[in-house]
Design a protein around this ligand. Sequence first.
Ligand SMILES: [Cu+2]
Length: 353
Amino acid sequence: MREFSFRPNLQFFSGAPSAIARQYEWLFWALVVVCGTVTLAIAVFVVYSAIRYRRRDPDELPPQIQGSIFLELTWTVIPLGIFMGMFVWGAFLFFDLQRAPRDAQDVYVVAKQWMWKVQYLDGRREINTLHVPVGTPINLVMTSQDVIHSFFVPAFRIKQDVLPNRYTNIWFQADQPGKFHLFCAEYCGTKHSGMIGWVYAMNRQDFQTWLAEGAPEGSLASTGEKYFHQFGCANCHHFDGHGPCPDLRGLYGREVQITDGPTVIADDSYIRESILKPKAKIVLGFADIMPTFEGQISDDQLVALLAYIKALGPAPGAEQPTSSGSTPESYGIQPGIGGVGATGNANTEPGVR
Ligand SMILES: [Cu+2]
């Protein structure tokens, strides 16, 4: 297993352990070379001109030169093309890193002063370490319990702010096994510098073995299902489309029409807001009857509820949501399974892993 820690050394290409990280290195060095060349060329020309055209006699009157359209267009258009090219290159890479592939596996991260709590869909949890299989895109869904933190793994060139009261995400895919440093990159209090950990990229086989070692309480979605009944959500959110509150099957990633407002995408942050501040966005056609759960549900419980809601497939005959990220199948259940005889009864087993 290769150890990769972040220490300054003179390596031009570090052999980064992910494809996007290597593309970032190419972009970085292209920027250095282009900007360095332009800076050097200008500096040399300034020095050359200062010497070549220096005033030799106090009474000297230099010949007047009229402008040259050709010259001005040349030195405007060529650099514009080069720098726009770098902008477009950088923008494409940026978007690549912002949009997780559809088959990415969700892993939930809750940051708090001063640790990283990681929860896997199968129910395994860990602190300050993140185990991932090689060759699988991992979509980190992150939130903070207190202040702003920043999830930073230099080896994968990923850094994303982790904010209270909403979810942010970033994805990466390790393509070689190894151990990589994880940092908090946003000053978050006294022990900020101790908020560090390791990302372990493992062969799939090793990862499966590791995963099987510890999830005593069942999958994250099944834990979420437990909370769904415990907090009484099931009393109003029926799975037959006839309850007093919206049917949550297939909700995740779908467009939702708000009363007196625009449509919104039902993403992680929307679902979170709907649980903690249900009055913020009332779904069209439903009454404002949901109580707030602010202060009653922890971030860890919210993550489990989210996993459960995502795991509910669409209602039979409904369209698949079009969002990226994990599909209901990756949560270990079949689409539509949430509707199988389920009317919010604690005895129904939606077949979660
Ligand atoms: Cu922090």
